[in-house]
Design a protein. Sequence first.
Length: 122
Amino acid sequence: MTFKAKIDGEHRHSVRREEETSIEDAEAMWHILEAIGYSPWYRYQKYRTKFEIDGLKIALDETPLGCFVELEGEPETIDRVAGQLGFDAERYVRESYRELHVLKAQADGGEVGDLVFDSGTS
């Protein structure tokens, strides 16, 4: 289970506070969350492929919005590897997938809903 929250201030990278722990029994955790009053309000799907280079964690995410590369590590290493991949700071995406989804829905004049692949996508 992962909790992420934005950190106040201006950053050239997406900076988040992150707390994560493993769950041994997902169904039991689901029941606990429901029992204390939580319910799903938004869900999204992604396919993630993980890599690592020079101590930098790299994730290639395939989402219904498109493909994204996430670089996690020291800021200088992020900038160096991003540059090697052909990206500069102007192309960095700092919004969450939820925020990107809301922006797209607003631009398209549609509903936000869940961010899931069409049933025919595998």
